[in-house]
Every structure is written in C-alpha cells, then in structure tokens.
Ligand binder design. Structure first.
Ligand code: SF4
Length: 458
C-alpha cells in the first residue's frame, strides 16, 4: 500500500485533481528544484508547455489558472480561493509574476503557456514541461512532470522507475494486491480497516490518524452544505444551472410525505453528490476521493451511511480506512486518471471505494468488502471520459450521483452473499487497466469524442 489514507483523501480545489491540483503541485515542486539548484533568483522568464489531455481539456479544467497560481507560490491544500483570484487578476493585469513569491518576472500568458494538444508523451497523457531562462535568454533548467491522477505528480525521473521498485513507507502490513490484503488480514485476525489503521499508525499516532479521518468527514460534509446552499450558474460558458439548492428545497418541502417513498433515500444521495460536484465545478474547496471529478460520490455514500444507518464516528472511520485500502490498490495496479483509462479510473474507482467503505461500515466481512469493491468496478468497466467543453460538469456532476447509487447497490448486493464470487477484485482492476489502454484516446479526457462532440446546439 504505497498511497496512504491522507494521500487519497486530501483537501484541494476544483475543478480537477489531475488538470488543476496536479499542475499547481508540479509548478511548486519545480520551484523547489530551482531553489535547490540556486538559480531561482536568476530566472527572468519561464515557459510552461501543456501536452495532450492537459492541453485539450486544460482551458475547461482551469489548468492555465493552476499553472500561474502554482508558479506564484500557491498550493492546492492551503489555497484561499479569494486570494488566488486576486493574485491571478494581478498577474493578468500587470503582466508580471512573482515566482514563488520571489523574483518579479515578466509573464505573458499567451507567450509563456504553450498548448500542445497534438503531442502525447509516451509515459502519460497528462504531461507538462517547465523551462526557466535568465535575462540573456539562456536556459537555466527544464523539467517534465506528469499529473497521474488524483492530484499525484511524478517527475520525469520517477516516471522512468518501476512503481513497484519505489521505496515503500515502513508499515507492518504492506500489500500490493487485493488477495494479499485479504491474506494479511486473515492471518492477523484483523478487518481491512484495522490493517490500514495499523499501517497509518506506523507514520503518526492513533490520535492523529483518527483526528485526520474526522477532519476529512467534516470537510466532506461542509462541502455538501456549501453546495446545498449555493445557487447560480456554473462558470465556463456552458451555462449549467446549479441544481442542488433547488433539489434540497423540494426534498425538505413536505418531507414526511416524501420520506414515505421507499426510494426517498436515493433522492438525498443524489442531492449530496450533486452538491459536492457543483462546488467542484465552481472551483470550490473539495476533498479528493480519489479525484476531484469524482469528489461527490464517496461523500454522498458516507452521508447516506450517516443519515440512514445512524452512523457513528467509528463507523465513518471504518468507511474511510476501508475505502482507502481499495483506492490504494487502484493507484498501484490500475489508474486514477481519466486521461489514462477513462472515467472508470475516476467515478469507477470512487464507486468501488465507496461500495467497500459502506459495506465495511455496515459490518461486512473482509470477503464481502472485497466483493462489494469488485461488483462496483465490474459494472463501470469501459466508462468513458468525454466532458463537454472540457468542463467538469456534463457528464461529471450527474455521473457522481449515478455512481453513488450504484455503490450503495453494490454494497447491499455483497452483503446478501457470503463473499464468495467468481471475479476477484484483482482481476477486475487488471481488466479496468487493460480496457483503458485499449480505449480510443477520444474517450480519455480529450473532449474529442462522446458527449463532448455529440451535444446538439439548440
Ligand atoms: S467524465 Fe469522469 S473522468 Fe472525465 S472529467 Fe468527468 S468525472 Fe473526470
């Protein structure tokens, strides 16, 4: 398990973990490199080149904004949206940028950000290169970075390494596959959540882990609340109306009659997923779960557990720890990147994580949890990524709601069985990766296929 709970669930800003948070993080990491080399103060100009998916959907995903803010020293986890908007406006108005808050350089966005949508680098479709020049135009440094999904970033040296050969943080129960996870848990007499908790407490105290988990729940539920309260039109030009506030108003009106509907809970699940993804689409603060595009699915299912199963703090922690175990398997054996494997890598993975988390919180055995995760992904295989206008709005917002309902169904189906099933989670993860590799690039976050080109203009 190379990705920890707090790597998979981390605070950030919308609309995209791979196209917004990743590039911003990469810019910060490159500035650190310039600083370490002692050349930062000599930089007079920087150029950023965005390749393939980052270029093709980068305008809709605010990648240019993320790059500028990253170069100006902003980071996703600590970003204040108002301060960021003001800084961006200042750069654009003045044509000057304080690199990492240090040297004040000329910055012309049209010249200094290049969009190379036709060039796909072999290692990954989400690549960007930073280059620095001195006042005489001599190159000081150039570095390629890859935004590999979920806000994770690797540089060109790390991309050349076999992930399995990378050092793994010291932990009592390292696992790479679902089968290993089940074997380890059985041998130790632990639940999947307890295995992950033991690994996490090798890095920090139990109190810190539990406080961190409670903080994630709080941030997810706060995001739901913001989404439910906010009306208006989403940015980007599609004129997509925010719906969560109106849906909420309808649900609380005549609530008793509505709750008599046997499927009333699904209306609430839909609402919670819409609320988070509208916040994300508006560039608000969300928690990656495991990505921004899929940020609403897991909180909606967690809220469902809380509200309709009288959730407890311990149950919510079990949910997140279990979901993180499943997310880590996809991170190391599959993909969390829509640009690499389509939406099965985002909403599909979130669905699988949420199904496992809910099953665990409801008392499932480890085998039932693995089954729930497997069912959820099995029925997301081949899910394409075709965001209209490159914006994380259509189909992304509703897709989270549909995925949340599917996750609940997968958990319930698994709980009706004894955990015995034909297709293992490992097999379905391998199938997801292979299917993603076989998919046309048109359906992998390029906005060159699917809904992105078949929307009839009225
Ligand atoms: S379609 Fe799925 S993978 Fe693509 S941007 Fe939307 S949520 Fe992300």
């Amino acid at each position: 398990m190379r990705a920890g709970v707090f790597d998979l669930f981390k605070p950030g800003v919308g609309p995209s973990s791979s196209h917004t948070m990743g590039p911003m993080t990469a810019a910060g990491r490159w500035l650190g490199r310039l600083q370490a080399q002692g050349v930062l103060a000599r930089v007079a100009r920087v150029r950023t080149t965005l390749f393939a998916s980052l270029a093709l959907t980068g305008r809709g995903h605010a990648t240019d904004r993320a790059v500028i803010l990253g170069l100006a020293g902003f980071a996703p986890a600590s970003l204040d949206p108002d301060a960021a908007d003001a800084a961006l406006a200042e750069v654009r108005a003045s044509g000057r940028l304080r690199l990492g808050g240090g040297p004040d350089i000329a910055f012309d966005e049209a010249r200094d950000i290049a969009w190379e949508g036709r060039t796909r680098l072999p290692q990954h479709p989400n690549a960007l290169r930073f280059e620095a020049f001195d006042a005489e135009g001599r190159s000081l440094d150039g570095r390629l970075y890859y935004s590999v999904g979920g806000g994770f970033v690797r540089d060109e040296a790390q991309m050349g390494q076999n992930a399995a050969a990378e050092p793994c943080p010291a932990m009592p129960f390292p696992f790479e596959t679902g089968d290993e996870l089940l074997r380890i848990a059985e041998a130790a007499g632990l639940t999947i959540a307890e295995v992950v908790l033991a690994n996490e407490t090798a890095r920090r105290s139990r109190e810190e882990v539990e406080a961190g988990l409670d903080g994630i729940v709080e941030a997810m539920f706060a995001c739901i609340q913001r989404g439910v309260r906010t009306e208006g039109v989403l940015p980007g030009g599609l004129k997509v109306q925010r719906r969560a506030a109106q849906v909420h108003a309808r649900l609380i009106c005549d609530a008793d009659r509505r709750m008599a509907d046997p499927l009333a809970a699904l209306d609430w699940v839909n609402l919670w997923a819409l609320a988070v993804n509208e916040e994300n689409a508006a560039g608000g603060r969300v928690v990656t779960a495991p990505t921004n595009g899929a940020a609403g699915l897991l909180p909606a299912v967690l809220r469902f557990y809380d509200r309709f199963h009288k959730g407890t703090a311990q149950g919510r922690r079990t949910f997140l720890l279990t979901a993180a175990a499943i997310g880590a398997l996809y991170k190391s054996r599959g993909s969390l990147s829509g640009a690499e494997v389509g939406c099965q890598g985002e909403v599909g993975v979130a669905c699988s994580m949420a199904a496992a988390g809910l099953a665990a919180a409801l008392g499932a055995t480890n085998a039932q949890i693995e089954n729930a995760a497997e069912i959820a992904m099995e029925h997301n295989l081949g899910l394409t990524c075709d965001p209209i206008g490159g914006l994380v709005q259509i189909p992304c917002i509703e897709r989270n709601a549909m995925g949340a309902v599917k996750a609940i169904d997968a958990a319930r189906l698994a709980l009706l069985g004894d955990g015995q099933h034909s297709v293992s989670l490992d097999k379905v993860i391998a199938t997801m990766k292979r299917t993603g590799e076989d998919m046309s690039e048109r359906y992998k976050e390029t906005s060159l296929g699917g809904l992105a080109v078949n929307l009839v203009e009225c």
